[in-house]
Design a protein around this ligand. Structure first.
Ligand code: NDP
Length: 278
């Protein structure tokens, strides 16, 4: 076992959780709970469970149909609103971000979100950006960003905006990543946030992951999450099961070695696919 004291994430924190800086001067916790495909009727329980386990970051979207449950879960947890980083997303086929965010806030029962994203790059979605900038200026969206943007598209939006996107949330895990993508985001000053960080639960049984997990006395899921957060990449695994929710949060008390990281890096096919992914 290569147990390390909790020192590597000793830097920036959000409500006590290891975090990375955002261009708005705030910070986003490195680990969050994703709630895509969490049934609306279960969302309150799942979110309250995660917050009780120490999560301080929840990722939803208007398209997930469970924003009400996210708000209920936050209130049921007793954790103060300002101690939870809440992301939601706009369906870009809806052309009025002001009206859509107001509706999301109503469903969430909140008066601001910590991060508001354009969910995917629909035709003309960049024309929605000035409305995102206004929502940011009004404090209704503390941070603004995009999702599923490729680097060239992201660079165009950065160069044309007064307030550039602060986050791009994309699928990113050892099976689907590239050092160039990471480097491009750093160069652009945009935080790359990893969705489907467990590769949707498929491929956790790969022998390379199993070997690293065994060496550290950890689970394959913890190894994949550690691979992201150790590089300063926020990751938002989804689970509805209390034991997995807890397991996925315990990734800040061990470190992967350079050799572990290199072995995991080698799982990528080397080709990034474009959204939508199969
Ligand atoms: P994940 O990579 O988080 O994998 C989720 C799957 O892994 C589920 O089947 C879950 O099952 C299983 N799982 C969770 N924890 C463990 C564990 N410890 N051991 C074994 N299996 C586990 O995939 P998602 O695609 O759900 O992505 C996570 C989040 O990312 C979403 O919820 C959403 O918030 C965001 N996202 C954003 C997208 C976008 O377009 N911006 C697109 C896709 C996702 P179970 O629930 O039964 O535990």
């Amino acid at each position: 076992m290569h147990e390390a004291p909790e020192t590597q994430e000793a830097g920036l924190r959000f409500a006590g959780e290891p975090a990375v800086a955002l261009a708005n001067g705030g910070a986003i916790p490195l680990l969050g709970l994703g709630v895509w495909q969490v049934p609306p009727g279960e969302t309150e329980r799942v979110v309250a469970t995660a917050l009780a386990d120490g999560y301080r970051h929840v990722d939803t979207a208007s398209a997930y149909g469970n924003e009400e449950g996210v708000g209920l879960g936050i209130r049921a947890s007793g954790v103060p609103r300002e101690s939870v980083f809440v992301t939601t997303k706009l369906r870009p086929t809806r052309r009025n971000p002001e009206r859509e965010l107001a509706a999301s806030l109503e469903r969430l029962g909140l008066d601001y979100v910590d991060l508001y994203l354009i969910h995917w790059p629909a035709p003309g979605s960049d024309s929605l950006w000035p409305a995102f900038e206004r929502l940011h200026a009004q404090g209704l969206a503390r941070a603004i960003g995009v999702s599923n943007y490729d680097t060239a598209h992201l660079a165009r939006l950065v160069s044309r905006s007064e307030t550039p996107p602060m986050v791009n949330q994309i699928q990113f895990h050892p099976y689907l990543w590239s050092p160039e993508t990471l480097e491009d985001h750093r160069r652009l000053g945009v935080v790359l946030e990893a969705y489907s960080p467990l590769a949707r639960g498929r491929g956790l049984d790969h022998p390379v992951i199993g070997e690293v997990a065994r060496r550290h006395g950890r689970t394959p899921a913890q190894v994949l999450l550690r691979w992201a957060v150790q590089r300063g990449i926020p990751a938002i695994p989804k689970s509805t099961r209390p034991e997995r929710i807890a397991e996925n949060h315990r990734v800040f008390d061990f470190s992967l070695s350079p050799e572990d990281l290199a072995a995991l890096d080698g799982l990528a096919s080397g080709r990034r696919r474009r959204w939508p992914f199969g």
